[in-house]
Design a protein around this ligand. Sequence first.
Ligand SMILES: [Zn+2]
Length: 161
Amino acid sequence: MLPIRIVAIPTEVAEAVRATLRAPVYGFPAHAELATDDAPCRHCLRTIVANKDRRILFTYDRFAGVESLPQPGPVYVHADACSRYSEEAGFPEELRGSPRTVEAYARGRRLIALEHVDGGKFEPAIEKLFSHSEVDYLQVNSTTAGCFTFRIERADRLSLR
Ligand SMILES: [Zn+2]
């Protein structure tokens, strides 16, 4: 398996949203509530559990730090402090059970290929997408809701940010 780096949103972003209840960059109001359904936190990449955990919904540019052309969309984080997912920890096990679309980009936000993964076998899809020589990074999004979940980089190359 190709060594990969799992890149969740930066801790500074999660902390700024919790402190201000505003979206970074955009300033749009963020919304805090008790979760009404299960969804992944984009910072710890663990499940925000319905009727148990509080969550904050805010607007985030899924290309932040990587591309100059933004594409903002809605994401969730835990409303309470959580630990950022370790970049070396491999594909997040808590996200394996839900259908995700893995998009392969070259710099300049050029979409080269994509794979719909349903059934948890993400590693073969990741390997296949990185086999395209043009691909610089992958984005993992929810297939059902379309929202950005996290980025994957090749660990044998320099970090993108
Ligand atoms: Zn979290």
